[in-house]
Design a protein around this ligand. Structure first.
Ligand code: 13P
Ligand code: SF4
Length: 387
């Protein structure tokens, strides 16, 4: 059965919203500070100016842009147009590691930049805004996680990629949403008991799917935690033919109504392939840019984030992802600002569990490709994401 994590970590999580002051440069910032530093929309001529400048700078710096599906559409387009990558966390990690550019610019949140740093110690890793963090990372401090882990020495430690390098360094395995279920299923098949952190919704989804014995840290994502099951039911009655696509960081009341549950890549694939005209999407709305490009003519509706009497804090937009803008990206490339650094011993300790995940995903993909069983292939890709 899931058990609760440290009350201190939970208290800190609720405190995040009460810090309104601007963050120190490079330090993680609260929800309100993040919203306060989201770049304002630019007019067309300024956008074009930055787009041209960034293309020149990427070339000058021998740099490649790696962007997540939640960041601003201009950044996603630039990554695609310049030979970079737009992807989920697993694809971003893999692409950054395998690309031979001297500089990787990560448009996303801090843990994604740190993962690139860990996997590519010889490259320079830049981010448009170093204080762009993640509520899951904030809600799982390394020292409290160490104490939690010490309570369960007999368990295999599996942590979600949305954590600091200092938490990853304590793990046996790092997983992303595209491969977590398969990895836990294989550990469970070997008879291993799991200690999972930090997202309680993803952890309990994996637990329900695999039947694994898991102890869960009680973290949650600010954005996905706001999706509401009851209001989703009402919206589904209005659109009875719509398919529901949910990221597994959403609560069970939402996930249990979904036609497809999976990583951002998996949800985009479903929007493209499923024979439906309407989709209700329970994840950050930044993903609609890619969905609309790949499935033009289909209609995408945001899953409800607030009940009748409640207001939403994120309203289906991650404030930290939204901190990534064209000006910050140009500045990072022009002046080398926003460089991710990590203590080498820490990076080395965190590399092992991440490499295990990447090796697992690659081996499984190769094995199924070799089998030539298309149906099995589809099943596998639904968990490990695109190559
Ligand atoms: P994906 O790995 O599915 O892109 O998820 C990352 C994330 O932060 C979701 O909130
Ligand atoms: Fe973290 Fe949630 Fe933002 Fe993803 S959407 S980066 S889990 S806060």
């Amino acid at each position: 059965m899931p058990t609760a994590a440290s009350p201190d970590a939970l208290r800190r999580w609720f405190d995040y919203d009460t810090h309104a002051s601007a963050p120190a440069a490079g330090s993680a910032c609260s929800t309100r500070s993040a919203w306060a530093t989201v770049p304002p929309p630019l007019d067309d001529s300024l956008r074009e100016h930055y787009r041209t400048r960034i293309k020149t700078l990427l070339h000058r710096e021998n740099a490649v842009l790696v962007a997540h599906y939640y960041v601003d559409a201009d950044l996603q387009d630039l990554a695609r147009e310049t030979g970079g990558c737009v992807g989920d966390s697993l694809e971003m990690a893999r692409f950054g590691r395998d690309n031979d550019a001297a500089t990787i610019v990560v448009a996303g949140v801090r843990f994604m930049g740190e993962t690139a740093r860990i996997l590519s110690p010889e490259k320079r890793i830049l981010m448009p805004d170093l204080s762009a963090t993640c509520s899951l990372d904030l809600g799982c401090p390394a020292d409290e996680f160490r104490a939690f882990r010490a309570l369960h020495p007999d368990r295999t430690v599996v942590v979600y990629a949305n954590t600091s390098a200092a938490v990853k360094a304590q793990a046996d395995w790092v997983v992303t949403s595209s491969v977590g279920l398969d990895i836990v299923a294989s550990l469970h098949a070997r008879g291993e008991k799991i200690l999972w952190a930090p997202d309680r919704h993803l952890g309990s989804y994996i637990q329900r799917q695999t039947g694994a014995d898991m102890v869960l840290w009680q973290g949650s994502c600010l954005v996905h935690n706001e999706f509401k099951g009851f209001e989703l039911e009402t919206l589904r009655q209005e659109y009875p033919h719509a398919k529901v696509l949910a990221h597994p960081e959403s609560p069970d009341s939402v996930v249990s109504q979904a036609d497809v549950v999976g990583s951002t890549t998996r949800l985009i694939q479903a929007a493209t392939e499923l024979d439906a005209t309407h989709f209700i999407v329970a994840t950050d709305m930044g993903i609609l840019h890619e969905m609309r490009m790949r499935a033009p003519g289909k209609t995408f509706l945001a899953a409800p984030t607030a009940g009748n009497s409640a207001a939403c804090k994120s309203c289906a937009f991650c404030p930290w992802m939204a901190m990534n803008g064209l000006a910050g990206l140009a500045n990072a490339l022009e002046h080398g600002q926003g460089e991710i650094t990590l203590e080498p011993a820490l990076a080395q300790a965190a590399r092992l569990p991440i490499t295990r995940m990447l090796d697992f995903a690659a081996a499984r993909q190769a094995r199924v490709q070799a089998s030539g069983d298309l149906e099995q292939d589809m099943e596998l890709y639904s968990h490990v994401g695109a190559a």
